[in-house]
Design a protein around this ligand. Structure first.
Ligand SMILES: C[S@@+](CC[C@H](N)C(=O)[O-])C[C@H]1O[C@@H](n2cnc3c(N)ncnc32)[C@H](O)[C@@H]1O
Length: 199
């Protein structure tokens, strides 16, 4: 059912390694990750950046949709990067995915490259001052690109509050926003605020 409600070790990259098949992708991804990738409608030629990829389930889903496109995923936790790398070896070897151990704030990423930048359940947006990371995301977007902030909240009230706070954050930094959400079951609500830069 879908409805509308109002520090790691920089520089480690997995590009170019070899061996072992990926896990069955959709079977092992969580509902929130499947919903996120469906919501973004990833196209075969998209250039995607994921911030805080965790174990790499969304990386697998995105990479499975790419042909000429590519996903770069970063996480500041070395353990998560190792797990995400193991999970996505065939995509990495095929050149569709790159996984780096880096905190977003210090990550060395190409300007104006990405058509879609997303994060699922990453506190970056909600703890502390998110001004610098949001401006950084804007500088990484290709013309026409969009950022997507996904969350998972325990109740509709929490979801609405989170959606509103995220919209205000992005709008204050010069984005136009759109929101969507979905019931996950057991009262959980999945949320998304997407934003495109104005001007
Ligand atoms: C709650 S987990 C979510 C992981 C995954 N997105 C998911 O939905 O399962 C948050 C992840 O974001 C990473 N993270 C948090 N802040 C980050 C930052 N500033 N830069 C890079 N990674 C970050 C953490 O290391 C962690 O792996």
């Amino acid at each position: 059912m879908k409805f509308t409600l109002p520090t790691g070790d920089p520089g480690f990259s997995t590009a170019g390694t070899v061996s072992a098949p990926d896990e069955p992708v959709r079977a092992t991804a969580a509902h929130r990750q499947r919903w996120a990738v469906d919501t973004m409608a990833v196209a075969p030629d998209d250039q995607v950046l994921e911030i805080g990829c965790g174990r790499g389930a969304a990386v697998s889903l995105v990479a499975s949709r790419l042909t000429t496109g590519r996903i770069v995923a970063i996480d500041r936790a070395a353990t998560m990067v190792r797990l995400a790398t193991e999970r996505n070896l065939s995509h990495i070897n095929a050149g569709r995915a790159e996984i780096r151990c880096a905190g977003f704030e210090a990550a060395d990423l190409p300007a104006h490259r990405f058509t879609k930048i997303f994060a699922v359940n990453v506190s970056l947006f909600w703890l502390g001052d998110a001004t610098q990371p949001i401006d950084q995301m804007r500088s990484l977007l290709a013309p026409g690109g969009r950022i997507y902030v996904f969350g998972e909240r325990p109740t509709a009230a929490h979801a609405t509050a989170n959606l509103t706070a995220t919209e205000l954050l992005l709008e204050a930094r010069g984005f136009t926003t759109a929101r969507s959400s979905a019931i996950r079951g057991q009262g959980q609500v999945l949320t998304c605020v997407s934003g495109t830069p104005i001007g």
